[in-house]
Design a protein around this ligand. Sequence first.
Ligand SMILES: [Zn+2]
Length: 64
Amino acid sequence: MAETDTTEADLAEPVPCTRCSAATTLVHIVGNCADCLADMGLHHPEQLAEFKRQVLAKYGSGSA
Ligand SMILES: [Zn+2]
């Protein structure tokens, strides 16, 4: 919800979700749509952990 401080140019790219291949969503972070992030948080904590590693790899650990 509050993850809006990342690079806007990257987040603005019309990229479909790499996890569920859903239609392009306005809300996606590192290739994952908000629905998938919620699903990972609820049912697939190991996938969420992997996602977080990708976020750190992509944006670094400067913020938060
Ligand atoms: Zn998705």
